[in-house]
Design a protein around this ligand. Sequence first.
Ligand SMILES: [Zn+2]
Length: 150
Amino acid sequence: MSTTPACYPCAQEARLPDVPPRECVARDEHWRVVHAFNSALPGWLVLLPRRHVTAVHDLTDAEAASLGLWQVRLSRALRTVTGCAKSYVVQFAEAEGFGHVHFHVVARMADQPEDRRGPAVFGYLGRPEEEWVSPERADELAREIGRALA
Ligand SMILES: [Zn+2]
């Protein structure tokens, strides 16, 4: 398994299983799910390939085979746990230090403000740290989502 030292997902992957629930909501052979550490919105999941890949076209057929299942199952679990109206699934992998492919799977609540819908949902990231979902709450959500997936 190749890793990039400056890559946050790979650094966390190397620490498994010694990570808090928010860093491993669920996993299988190819994918790991985390709760975003820097989101002001509860229920912001990130689906990560377990090896360092920086473009979707470099995923293997085996990785691709379960990708859709993960996206849909995580969306169902988010609905069960948060009561969201729908979910967003987004992949860019463009931010500095975050070139590792990652699919955002994000709860879109019924009462989500208009100016936080669609691409503007990213306004929930990069908020001041005091607005982030606390590590304790993210762990709690991770356990609930893990149970909903089971
Ligand atoms: Zn990586």
